[in-house]
Ligand binder design. Structure first.
Ligand code: NDP
Length: 252
């Protein structure tokens, strides 16, 4: 999908692997200046090697103070993709406080924090010269089918993604008047590192794919999903836009 992001500054979290990494490359290919945020330096090194125009930021998004310090000088952002997340799978009765807090810190709290940082930077600019700024911006929160359907061993992950959906709706409501579009994208299984973690057992795979009309997961490369993201990031001018995409219409 060819979309031009020339003249735009995009920030993608969870940029080191999987969906985030792919999106960074697609946005850069589309002409955006991209800031790529993740916590493993080796991933950022290889990303910069692949695409030297990228600005890498290495930080653990679970750490509020470190995140604020790492992102405070990145400048005005037009497009934000809150993609970073972790999936710690365990039966409900075995969930620990630590796993719960770590998951909510990365999957939910960081969405709130990075969006706030982004918003305050943007609003400062808007307050100084709305005309100069023009058309607001776009935030895409990467949620999941898991926000809407119960998946065995995914109690905490499902809860975080349910929270992301509601956060997205309120963000869309409140940021709309500033011409900032906020959307969530809710994919089914994508065979990234995270996808393989939960969906490598052939029996489990069969149960899931039997509910997906196409009968398969999203594979590599991620063109299908990438097109969805890029269209959400780039298109539309509705100030209150909020949409769900469940890739392949998984039936539960
Ligand atoms: P991956 O695990 O492949 O990649 C996640 C990226 O996020 C990695 O680069 C990881 O870095 C980074 N990350 C994780 N925790 C932190 C943190 N604390 N601070 C900074 N960066 C962090 O995941 P996917 O690409 O599969 O998933 C991307 C998004 O898509 C997530 O929001 C996920 O919930 C969602 N999703 C994924 C699905 C799937 O089947 N794969 C299905 C539906 C939704 P590191 O490796 O160094 O930890």
């Amino acid at each position: 999908m060819e979309v031009s992001f020339r003249g735009k500054h995009a920030l993608v979290t969870g940029a080191g692997k999987g969906i985030g990494r792919d999106l960074v490359l697609a946005l850069a290919h589309g002409g955006a200046k991209v800031t790529a945020v993740t916590r493993t330096q080796a991933d950022l090194n290889s990303l910069v090697q692949e695409c030297p125009s990228i600005t890498p930021v290495c930080v653990d998004l679970a750490d509020w103070g470190a995140t604020e310090a790492a992102l405070k000088d990145i400048g005005p952002i037009d497009l934000l993709v809150n993609n970073a997340a972790c999936a710690k799978l365990q039966p409900f009765l075995e969930v620990t406080q630590d796993q719960f807090e770590q998951s909510f810190s990365v999957n939910v709290k960081a969405v709130l924090q990075v969006s706030q940082l982004w918003q305050s930077t943007l609003l400062k600019i808007v307050a100084r010269g709305m005309k100069a700024r023009g058309s607001g911006g776009s935030i895409v929160n990467v949620s999941s089918q898991a926000s809407q359907c119960a998946l065995r061993d995914h109690a905490v992950y499902c809860a975080t993604k349910g929270a992301v959906d509601m956060l997205t709706k309120v963000m869309a409501l409140e940021l709309g008047p500033h011409q900032i579009r906020v959307n969530a994208v809710n994919p089914t299984v994508v065979l990234t590192q995270m996808g393989r973690l939960g969906w490598s057992d052939p029996e489990k795979v069969k149960t899931m794919t039997s509910r997906i009309p196409l009968g398969r997961f999203a594979g590599q490369p991620l063109q299908h999903l990438q097109a969805v993201f890029l269209s959400f990031i780039s298109s539309g001018s509705q100030p209150y836009l909020y949409k769900h995409i469940v890739q392949n219409c998984c039936e539960f």
